[in-house]
Design a protein around this ligand. Structure first.
Ligand code: DX5
Ligand code: ZN
Length: 227
């Protein structure tokens, strides 16, 4: 994975057909996605349950781009090795998931993954000063984590702008997760984001039998960003 700040669209397979992950991933890649975003939920840190390392390992062989794994779990540390072995390229943990995020980020890099740090909408950027040299990505949650299809929280745009200034020249991606649409995407890209996760806005209207809408939906986001 080489670093650059060009726009990347990362469809969240939370909005895909769960009985068809392999084909859904092949469809979104064929339709031009940049990364594949995998939402891991534990029914404890967030009020929803999805999947774990065996599913990640199974879908890994269908991913030719970047496997971007978002851990909405607590604790994180006992599972890092398993997600790394499952083939995560980026492994993102929440600042709010436990008292020792510094150790968690060290362990993620130690396991050979790029380290991501996710912030809930209620968390300020002030707390991450001493973590910036340990991360490859900061994920700004623009909804409360747990479900797809929620409404974008506009107060987070200012957070992205502050974060972009703090990052300066460091090679750190700013990822936005939640409520990304052609309407909200330009606001966060203008504020400094480069990776846009989008679930419902990418998968709406399409299927593995009819994948063209996935491409149209991603193009609509890219075009909205270009202005
Ligand atoms: C929310 C997840 C998101 C979600 C985004 O907890 O982390 O990745 O799937 O879905 P949309 O784009 O529908 O808001
Ligand atoms: Zn996510």
């Amino acid at each position: 994975m080489t670093f650059d700040r060009s726009l990347k669209i990362a469809p969240s397979i939370l909005s895909a057909d769960f009985a068809n992950f392999g084909k859904e991933i092949e469809a979104i890649e064929a339709q031009g996605c940049d990364w594949v975003h995998v939402d891991v939920m534990d029914g404890h840190f967030v009020p929803n349950l999805t999947f774990g390392p065996p599913l990640c390992a199974a879908i890994r062989k269908h991913i030719n781009t970047v496997m971007d794994v978002h851990l909405m779990i607590s604790p994180v540390d006992p599972y890092i090795e398993a997600f790394a072995e499952a083939g995560a390229d980026v492994l993102t943990a929440h600042l709010e998931a436990g008292p020792h995020i510094h150790r968690t980020l060290q362990a993620i890099r130690g396991a050979g993954c790029k380290a991501g740090l996710a912030l809930n909408p209620g968390t300020g950027v002030e707390d991450i000063d001493y973590l910036l040299d340990m991360v490859d990505l900061v994920c700004v949650m623009t909804v409360n984590p747990g479900f797809g299809g929620q409404k974008f929280i506009h107060s987070q745009i200012e957070k992205v702008r502050k974060l972009r200034a703090m990052i300066g020249d460091r090679p750190i991606h700013i990822e936005i997760d939640g409520g990304v649409t052609p309407e909200t995407a330009p606001l966060v890209v203008e504020a400094g984001a480069d990776v846009l996760v989008a679930g419902s806005a990418v998968f709406k209207g399409g299927s593995v039998e009819n994948p063209a809408p996935y491409g149209d939906n991603m193009r609509a986001i890219r075009e909205a960003v270009k202005g």
